[in-house]
Design a protein around this ligand. Structure first.
Ligand code: FAD
Ligand code: NAP
Length: 505
C-alpha cells in the first residue's frame, strides 16, 4: 500500500476537467474527508495547487475564440512530409531554452515570441457561433452545480440543450463563485514534464502580452494532473494526393475545427469528409447554404444510428471513402470508382487526436488517428507507471462532465490517502482485460450511457475521498434525458437542414 506525501499539485489545462479537479482538491481535507457540495475544506489536503492554462482564460473549448480560427489545415511544408496524420508532426513539442534552472515564476527567462510555432499550438476553440450542446443541460454540469430552472423550459427551441454561450457562462459562474481563478495561471503553456529526484519538473512558457515576450521557468510539484483535453489537435487522415491538391487548390481544404459560419459555403459545391457528430452538426447549417453537398464516409456510426440515416437524407449525396485526390484535373476519386470535380470546399470532419507533446513518453498514444488509445492508465485516470501522475477527461462518454468528476474525485481520494490503489500488476491486468473486452483503440475509453455508471463511475467511486457522495447519486435517475436528447437532436437536424428552423448566434 503506497502512502502518498503530496504537498503540491500541478494541473495542466483549465477546461472543465482542470476546473473540476481544482474544485475537488479544494474540497478535500488532509484527513481524506470530502466537503464537495458544501463549504471548502478547512484543512485542505494540498498546500499548493496551480492550474496552467495556455489560453488567456479558463473554460477549455467552451472559452470560445469568436471568429478567430486555427489554421484551416496544417501548413504546406508539413503536409509535404506525408506524415501529417502524426500529431507529433503537426503539434510538435517546442525547443526549450537551456539553463532554466536559475529561472522561476518570479524571475523567468525571457525570449522573443516565436510566431512561426504558435500556429501549431492549435489552442483556439472549435466551438462556433451557432453551436449548441448535443448533451442535455443536466449532463453538461458537474453534479454539485444546479441545473438551472430556466433550462427545463420545454418551449426553448433547442430544449433540452444549451447554447454554447449558456454553457460557457455556466463555467464562468462556476469559476467565479468558487473563486478558482486565483489558482489558474493563464497564457501559461506547459512545454515539458520530467521527473527528477522524486519531483515533477514542469517547464512553463508564459506569454507576456504587455512585454511581447515569452517568459520561461520551471517549477517543482509532487504530483501532476493532465487535463489538456483531446479535441484540439485536428486529425488530418492520410489521403493520397492531399498535399499536392492543397498546393494546387489552396483554400479548399478546411478542418471542421475552423468552421465558423455557413456564409462561407454559400453557393458552393461542398464535400464533407467523415460520418460522425461534427459532420451532422455542420451539415444542418451548411446544406441550406451550399449549392450542392456531398459526404464521404468510411463506416456507419456505431453509437448513434440516427446519424447514418441523416447522412443519407435529402440534399446530401453520399460517397464512400476517398481513393485519391487528382490535383491536375481538380477531381476527387472515391473507392467505388466514381469521381467528382471542382469542389469549392472540402470540410474534413475527421476528428481529433489525443496528444501529449510535453509528456516525454510517460503516456503513449497508440496509432494516432481519431480512434487512438492512450496506454498505461488505470481506469483512464491513474498512470500505472507512476501514480503521482493522473489524467481527467480521457474517458469518452455522453456524460463526460460526470466522468470527469469521477476521475477528479478518485484522484483526490487516493492522493489524500483516504483510499489506496491496487498493486501495479492488478492495474496492468485491468488494462489488458479492458483491451480484450473492447479493442486496442478508442473503444477502450468509450462507455455507453447505460453502462457508464456501473463500469466506470462506480468503479472509480471506490477511490473517492471519505464522505464524498457518488457523482451519479443525484443524476442517475435522469439518464433517460440522454435518449430524449438524441431524439431532440435528430429532430433539430432535419428542421435546420430543411430550413424549417433557424437559430441565431
Ligand atoms: C466541437 C465540440 C463540441 C462538443 N460538444 C459537447 C457537448 O455538447 N457536450 C459535452 O458534454 N461535451 C462536448 N464536447 C466535448 C468537450 O471536450 C467537453 O465538453 C469538455 O470541454 C472536456 O473538457 P476538458 O477539460 O477535458 O478539455 P478541454 O475543454 O479541451 O480543455 C482542455 C484545456 O487544456 C488546455 N491545454 C492543453 N494543453 C495545454 C498545455 N500544454 N499547457 C497548458 N494548457 C493546456 C487547453 O487550452 C484547454 O483550455 C464537445 C467537443 C467538441 C470538440
Ligand atoms: N455539441 C455538438 O453538437 C458537437 C459538435 C461537433 C462535435 N462534437 C463532439 O466532438 C467530438 C469529436 O467528434 P467528431 O465528429 O469531430 O470526431 P469523430 O467522432 O472522431 O469522427 C471523425 C469521423 O471522421 C471519419 N474519418 C476519420 N478518418 C477518415 C478517413 N481516412 N476517411 C474517411 N473518414 C474518416 C471517422 O470515420 P470512422 O467512424 O470510420 O472512424 C468519423 O466518422 C465528439 O465528442 C462530439 O460529441 C459535439
Amino acid at each position: 500500500m503506497t502512502k502518498f506525501d503530496i504537498d503540491s499539485v500541478a494541473i495542466i489545462g483549465a477546461g472543465p476537467g482542470g476546473l473540476a479537479t481544482l474544485y475537488e482538491f479544494l474540497h478535500t481535507n488532509q484527513d481524506g474527508i470530502s466537503t464537495v457540495g458544501k463549504v471548502r475544506a478547512t484543512h485542505p489536503v494540498f498546500r499548493k495547487i496551480v492550474a496552467f492554462e495556455q489560453k488567456d482564460k479558463a473554460g477549455g473549448i467552451w472559452a470560445t475564440s469568436g471568429n478567430e480560427v486555427d489554421l484551416p489545415i496544417p501548413p504546406q511544408n508539413l503536409l509535404d512530409t506525408g506524415s501529417y496524420t502524426s500529431p507529433d508532426i503537426i503539434h510538435p513539442s517546442q525547443s526549450i531554452p537551456e539553463n532554466l534552472n536559475q529561472a522561476s515564476v518570479h524571475q523567468p527567462f525571457a525570449t522573443d515570441i516565436d510566431r512561426s510555432t504558435s500556429e501549431l499550438e492549435w489552442k483556439r476553440s472549435g466551438v462556433f457561433p451557432k453551436m449548441f450542446t448535443n448533451i442535455p443541460s443536466r449532463f453538461t454540469r458537474f453534479s454539485y452545480l444546479p441545473n438551472e430552472e430556466k433550462y427545463l423550459d420545454k418551449s426553448r427551441i433547442i430544449y433540452p440543450f444549451l447554447t454554447h454561450k449558456e454553457l460557457s457562462q455556466r463555467l464562468v459562474d462556476f469559476t467565479e463563485d468558487e473563486k478558482l481563478s486565483q489558482y489558474v495561471r493563464v497564457n501559461s503553456r506547459v512545454e515539458s514534464l520530467t521527473k527528477t529526484n522524486g519531483k515533477w519538473v514542469v517547464t512553463v512558457r508564459h506569454t507576456n502580452i504587455e512585454k511581447n515576450k515569452d517568459e520561461w521557468y520551471q517549477e517543482e510539484f509532487d504530483a501532476v494532473v493532465i487535463a489538456n483535453g483531446h479535441y484540439t489537435v485536428p486529425n488530418i487522415p492520410h489521403l493520397p494526393g492531399l498535399a499536392k491538391f492543397n498546393e494546387t487548390h489552396p483554400g479548399v481544404l478546411i478542418h471542421s475545427k475552423s468552421y465558423r459560419s455557413s456564409k462561407f459555403f454559400e453557393g458552393k459545391k461542398l464535400l464533407v469528409v467523415g460520418g460522425s457528430i461534427s459532420s451532422v452538426n455542420l451539415l444542418q447549417f451548411v446544406v441550406p447554404a451550399a449549392k450542392e453537398t456531398f459526404i464521404s464516409k468510411r463506416s456507419p456510426h456505431l453509437v448513434f444510428p440516427w446519424i447514418n440515416k441523416a447522412l443519407e437524407s435529402e440534399g446530401i449525396t453520399t460517397k464512400p471513402t476517398i481513393e485519391k485526390f487528382i490535383p491536375e484535373t481538380n477531381e476527387v476519386l472515391f473507392t467505388d470508382g466514381t469521381r467528382e470535380k471542382d469542389f469549392d470546399a472540402i470540410l474534413l470532419a475527421t476528428g481529433y487526436h489525443f496528444h501529449y507533446p510535453f509528456l516525454n513518453n510517460y503516456l503513449n498514444v497508440i496509432e494516432p488517428s481519431n480512434l487512438s488509445r492512450v496506454s498505461g492508465l488505470y481506469y483512464n485516470t491513474f498512470a500505472i507507471k507512476d501514480p503521482t501522475l493522473a489524467t481527467v477527461g480521457v474517458a469518452v462518454s455522453t456524460i463526460n462532465f460526470h466522468t470527469i468528476e469521477a476521475s477528479a474525485a478518485a484522484i483526490a481520494g487516493v492522493w489524500s490517502n483516504a483510499k489506496f490503489l491496487p498493486p501495479k500488476n492488478e492495474q496492468i491486468k485491468w488494462e489488458q482485460v479492458q483491451i480484450d473486452s473492447t479493442a486496442n483503440n478508442l473503444l477502450f475509453h468509450y462507455y455507453t450511457h447505460d453502462k457508464v455508471k456501473e463500469d466506470f463511475i462506480d468503479k472509480l467511486y471506490v477511490y473517492a475521498p471519505d464522505e464524498r457522495y457518488n457523482p451519479m447519486e443525484i443524476d442517475a435517475q435522469f439518464l433517460n434525458d440522454i435518449d430524449e436528447g438524441f431524439a431532440a437532436l435528430e429532430n433539430l437536424f432535419y428542421k435546420l437542414k430543411d430550413g424549417v428552423l433557424e437559430i441565431t448566434d
